[in-house]
Design a protein. Sequence first.
Lengths: 207, 207
Amino acid sequence: MDVSGLHVLIDPARVPPSRLATFVPAIARAGARVVQIRIKEGSARAALAYGTEVLRWARPAGLLVVVDDRVDWALALGADGVHVGQEDMPVRDVRRIAPGLLVGASAGTSDELAAALADGPDYVGIGPVFRTGSKADAGDPLGPEGLHRLSAEAGPVPVVAIGGIRPDNAAAVWATGVAGIAVIAAVAEAADPASAVRALLHARNRA
Amino acid sequence: MDVSGLHVLIDPARVPPSRLATFVPAIARAGARVVQIRIKEGSARAALAYGTEVLRWARPAGLLVVVDDRVDWALALGADGVHVGQEDMPVRDVRRIAPGLLVGASAGTSDELAAALADGPDYVGIGPVFRTGSKADAGDPLGPEGLHRLSAEAGPVPVVAIGGIRPDNAAAVWATGVAGIAVIAAVAEAADPASAVRALLHARNRA
């Protein structure tokens, strides 16, 4: 599965369940490639209900669906993949219990990247590129230069850049040659999510 | 798999990783049947490391290992089962993604029990029997009478009673005819966990 392009991370606080029916098809039409469900609070029941609604609209729209951290939710929902951070289940364990899932792994340093790559993920999420307010435990920003340096170490594994990426700084990110960009606030908190998706993708042409 | 007998719930705060090598074999020798890993905080990596250590000592001791809530952890660890609460993944979803796991479901009321039974769990955890300090969101205590009434509604499905059960009130719980008793504080916080296990099991003879 091709994970290049724009990944839009959503959660029930930023995109309430009632908005999914318009939000998900709108970002798909605007050109997003992946929607990632990232839920850090609340019950499994609520998360599964949210995920079911995401799948309901993502499937006909042709979006890939990735679940952050929870392999069991990804399996129960029939999602396409799971994204695991440095403190989540190791990629090798995910492969063992869920051989059909696409697996992305996060890295923010050269060491973390080497560890992530050793496990053979389908893609690596590298960041934070810029300062971000969406992830409390994110490290110091890499900047486009740091991103470019780390990306080179990823070799043939697709890199998805994350962290504080917005329409006005996205061109510098695409210019590093990354396969994809992942955003939280830039789309999920936008007044017009479809316009934000288009602007993030148009920035690729300016890169 | 037979889930009757004593279930001992543990977590890294009550039973630190360094104590597992003595704690787990000791409760097994004293007669416990199941050790349940119940982790509500911290990272998946830390939980999987803890669970791996539990399995390391539980397997040779012949204890069944059940994981609370996290089906993905149960699968990755190669545990015997998973226990799901009212707000966790529904039993039917667990069966679908993890057909080999023993599945227990919690119920505290007649309605919850009917919903849990409809999904065909391997056992039902019913409680709280008594007032408990170990579970903040536990409902009003059922008392042995309420437990007995609810247990009758479970039909042939084994009932494991939980909630505030100690050596000095366990006889009244066993007297209701439950297949098993689950404890947190009574063993994990005991100065002598093996003695506590023996006392909880001896209470069955007084019942």
